[in-house]
Design a protein around this ligand. Sequence first.
Ligand SMILES: [Cu+2]
Length: 402
Amino acid sequence: MLGQRIGAKAQQASLAVTGLLMNGLFAAQAMAQNVKDMPGGPKVNQLDMADPVTHIARDQIWIHIFLMWICVGIAVAVFGVMFYSIIKHRKSKGAKPADFHESTAVEIAWTVVPFLIVLVIGYPATRMVIEQKDTTNADITIKATGYQWKWGYDYLKGEGEGISFLSTLSTPRDQIDDSIPGAKERRMANPTYLMEVDNNLVVPADKKIRIITTANDVIHAWMVPAFGVKQDAIPGFVRDTWFRAEKPGIYRGQCAELCGKDHAFMPIVVEVKSAEDYKKWAEGKKKELLAKQDDPNKEWILADLQARGEKVYAGNCVACHQANGKGVAGAFPALEGSKLVLGKQEDQIALLLQGKAGTAMASFKQLSDVELAAVMTYTRNAFGNKAEDNIIQPKEVLGARK
Ligand SMILES: [Cu+2]
């Protein structure tokens, strides 16, 4: 399209100018700190939008630039006439003001011209919005659930159906927590700091992927700029969006709705694979999930539950209760010496399954029976705790679920 080409040229020109200015400002700083481009994310000093990998994202950039030039055109025309009139017909030159009150010609002009402009803008914009909303005929449907603070993915339909996992930030605490010496150096050396997860969302290239969004606690939003996709994830509601990624690669996004303390700690990483690689991944993942499916009726021994529980704790509880179980005074209670942890098993199980309304302690019922039993057993024996009934078996958690 001609417009598209003109748009791209103009965009390059405007970026070159701002780029020069900004480079001067930031390059020295970036070099001093040795910051690297983020693979699948923004480059150092990047000002423009993410490189598009779907035609929707490309359309969005096109209309953005197109609108900008319409605005520039209007500004030049309006200010041009205005300054021309001010200078050419100024009082000191003896100009007499023209008097064209109730001029039909002017009235028609200033109604018709803006109307035409609205049509020129509205037509492509409406076409694009309708296309973005068209989630029919998807090859694969995946539900993305926002949790404070992670994403859960369930492959509902299409190749990979049945796969289900949580996707949690994988940046280690020793890069985040400034009370640990060397944290800053370590995070500066990590180009994907806070933009990496343990389990990427994996999808095939060139297939229509429909993402259904919802949330378990507060409003989150699922956003991947390279796909031109951003959709709120609202508790109790289902929304959807879609994308068709053109080439394999890693694309990063973030939760885009302020959702609490760790809003910046729930990134989205989408790994787009070729059709064959996706097939292999889906088969492998299904086997892995089957093998991992623990039997909740099995009797576990203390050491195994503790080992498993330590991992569950690190993945779900440390942000508030801290790795040492001491919590944060005034905000998150210590689990070290906690009456509830040392007390009756039923009470602890009920708290973990239901959460405590009105506090940051959410329900963890999305964890499996084994994971819940393990994390409770872990807290009953860690941080110097010595509970009397120090093992909680998964079947007790299963029994307590409603
Ligand atoms: Cu969020």
